[in-house]
Design a protein around this ligand. Structure first.
Ligand SMILES: Nc1ncnc2c1ncn2[C@@H]1O[C@H](COP(=O)(O)OP(=O)(O)OP(=O)(O)O)[C@@H](O)[C@H]1O
Length: 669
């Protein structure tokens, strides 16, 4: 995946910035998890500190009990002094065993109460931290995704991107909830157990930890295996999601072609691969923990043998000095106590590697630089002059036509090897003009409009608006100047009213994103009034059918507008654009799905709207562009003819042929 250059207008190309093959391939960061937590977690530093202290001190106190019992045991039964570190001598009772016992019980109860209270506080902080970071990472990643150029979405499967925003981010939460406190627990229990052992007998303590280097190497080895396994699981989860998303969103086609069995088989194949990846991950996990416990068991046995011999013989090999039974019993307890951290170490390593694999994918998305949004010329009072200045363009990553060469005649430049979809197109649209773009399917009409909107940048030449290269114009300002109705308009789940008013609430949306980035928004935000919504719907020929629906403007349109017909969706999309009252209009087959009578009505009301604003109209139905000031006929990405309807008909060229076919003067062949 390539990062976008961000240092100049023409270098900051939405097409350049996003050619990822796979979200996971993008992460070049060595510490993706640290990067995410550090970026999102700075404001949560207090939770980290309290979490570490709470969990840490709780564990120190939890492991103190056996130490206290050992000292009390020797004091009560072996006549040793009742010497507890950190406690003033006056507090500790005298020689009477009953008083010593009462004091010991009170001390143990106090330790347990403090331990539990601190553990609960620590747990609370870790949970809160995990939730907050998960939320921040998800919102940040989503914000990045939706600001990426169209090239990113061309190269990604929606289900895979969804999987990053959902499954992978959840995986982070799982790690953050459990990982830090488990790590603190394991570290503190290990250190404090070792500390208590060293206080009891430092020589025997060294024996007990003799196998620590072996544990470290074994854990490192398992960690590497975990990482590979988790990388595969995360990638396969994304692919499975993509397969599910494609099958569900294509359900009408699947049903129409009776493809249910085929889709089930396809999902089953993906699920099988996914299951295999998960299984391999489980196998690694199921071997990891027992292996570490085995090593801990060996350490315990070693300590037991050495310690017992030492107590019996007053020495063991080079180990000399006194070792009492009262010292050995807590000592063995602490050695056994190390089994818990071993188990946790294995689990935390698994959690960490899983979260790291997920973080790589999240960071992979975050590393794709979105095109600059706020730099550049702010357009005000747009007159509407549009110029395509010898524009050539090929979609990033598309295959070159056979035999084609790039501009330099070399094949090594990946950009230049893209298939040219637009070649040397020059069009000059005066402010207020309406231009029709016509031509065979795949001729490049929609692509030309997308270059104006800067969904992509041209490879050669420039697209200008009011004399400004659109690459030098700030993206929000450019897109606010252009009302765009796409070929297959998208409606959001919600009511008809909400869908029509969507564009006018834009300022509100910008305000929230600006306030997130610390900027303040202008104060002229407003919502559309009901009258404005209805007026726009009337202009778009939508009012009649909306009013005939039971809930009128409050009708729910369903997901992506599935409860409406194609023509109804188009009219709502048209109304949405008209409501924003942009200086420029780009209508890409905006009325292709409405019937002829409705189209004529829409054309009449649109005539008023388009009279004094620049309008680009893409149409197959030539009656839609008949009254345009100029009609550009495209053929295979090149301009074939330009003129008014009458001029082109009189010229008897390609347009005239198309016109004759459409008015029925000649057959299609
Ligand atoms: N995102 C994309 N990635 C790669 N190639 C694309 C992409 N979108 C369009 N193309 C290709 O670019 C060429 C021009 O497509 P475009 O949509 O501009 O044609 P059009 O003239 O609008 O066609 P239609 O009338 O069918 O809508 C086609 O060959 C198409 O396959």
């Amino acid at each position: 995946m390539s990062d976008a250059s961000d240092d100049g207008g023409s270098d900051d190309s939405p097409a350049d910035c996003d050619r990822p093959d796979n979200v996971a391939d993008a992460a070049v960061d060595r510490w993706p998890l640290y990067r995410l937590v550090a970026e999102s977690g700075r404001e949560n530093a207090l939770f980290v500190v309290v979490g570490i202290l709470g969990t840490g001190i709780a564990q120190v106190l939890a492991t103190a009990d056996m130490f206290v019992i050992g000292i009390a045991f020797d004091a009560m039964f072996n006549g040793q002094p009742y010497d507890l570190p950190l406690l003033p001598t006056g507090v500790v009772p005298g020689d009477e065993p009953a008083r010593m016992l009462a004091f010991t019980v009170a001390l143990l109860v106090g330790l347990k109460v403090a331990d539990v209270s601190l553990a609960i506080t620590g747990q609370y902080c870790w949970n809160l931290l995990a939730q907050r970071i998960q939320h921040a990472v998800r919102v940040d990643a989503f914000d990045t995704v939706q600001r990426l150029g169209m090239g990113f979405f061309d190269g990604q499967q929606t289900g895979d991107v969804m999987s990053v925003l959902n499954n992978d981010v959840n995986r982070l939460e799982e790690f953050l909830t459990n990982g830090p406190q488990m790590t603190v627990y394991a570290t503190v229990v290990t250190i404090s157990s070792f500390g208590y052992m060293a206080l009891l007998n430092w020589r025997l303590a060294l024996v007990a930890v003799a196998l620590a280097p072996v544990v470290a190497v074994a854990n490192w080895w398992f960690g590497r295996r975990h990482e590979r396994r988790h990388d595969a699981v995360r990638a396969e989860t994304g692919k499975l999601n993509a397969a599910l998303e494609t099958a569900i969103s294509g359900v009408p086609v699947v049903k129409a072609y009776g493809g249910e069995r085929h889709e089930t088989d396809r999902v089953a194949d993906r699920s099988r691969v996914h299951r295999g990846a998960i299984w391999r991950s489980h196998v690694t996990r199921s071997r990891h923990e027992p292996a570490l416990r085995l090593l801990a068991g060996m350490a315990f046995l070693l300590t037991f043998v050495v310690g017992t011999q030492w107590v019996l013989d007053d020495r063991f090999w080079v180990l000399r000095g006194t070792l009492t039974a009262g010292e050995l019993i807590p000592f063995l307890y602490y050695t056994q106590n190390l089994v818990g951290p071993m188990r946790v170490l294995a689990r935390v390593t698994g959690f960490y590697k899983g979260a790291k694999a997920a973080a790589k994918r999240v960071v992979g998305i975050q590393q794709v630089e979105p095109p600059r949004e706020t730099d550049g010329v702010e357009l005000t009072d747009v007159a509407g002059r549009v110029e395509y200045d010898d524009v050539s363009f090929g979609y990033p990553g598309s295959e070159p036509r056979s035999g084609s060469e790039n501009a330099s005649g070399e094949g090594s430049d990946p950009r230049a090897s893209d298939e040219q979809v637009i070649s040397d197109v020059a069009i000059d649209v005066a402010p207020g003009e309406t231009v029709g773009l016509v031509g065979a399917t795949g001729a490049g009409k929609s692509t030309l409009t997308k270059l104006l909107l800067r969904f992509y940048d041209p490879d050669e030449g420039a697209v200008r608006l009011d004399g400004h290269d659109v690459r030098d114009v700030s993206l929000p300002s450019l897109r606010e100047s252009i009302g765009y109705v796409a070929q297959d308009p998208f409606l959001f789940t919600g009511t008809v009213r909400e869908n029509i008013a969507y564009g006018v609430s834009e300022d509100d949306r910008r305000e929230s994103s600006n306030s997130a980035s610390g900027e303040t928004a202008s104060s002229d935000e407003r919502d559309a009034t009901d009258e404005e919504v209805v007026a726009a719907a009337k202009q778009a020929g939508a009012h009649e059918f909306i009013s005939s629906m039971e809930a009128g403007y409050d009708t729910e349109v369903g997901e992506r507008g599935t409860k409406l017909s194609g023509g109804q969706r188009q009219r709502i999309a048209l109304a949405r654009v008209l409501l924003t009252d942009p200086p420029l209009l780009v209508l890409d087959e905006a009325t292709s799905q409405v019937d002829n009578r409705t189209e004529v009505l829409i054309q009449r009301s649109l005539a008023e709207v388009t009279a004094d604003r620049t309008t680009l109209v893409v149409a197959h139905r030539l009656s839609t562009v008949r009254d345009a000031d100029q009609i550009v006929v495209l053929d295979d990405g090149e301009i074939e003819e330009v003129g008014t309807h009458d001029e082109l008909v009189a010229r008897e060229g390609a347009y005239a042929d198309l016109w004759k076919v459409q008015v029925g003067e000649v057959g299609a062949d």
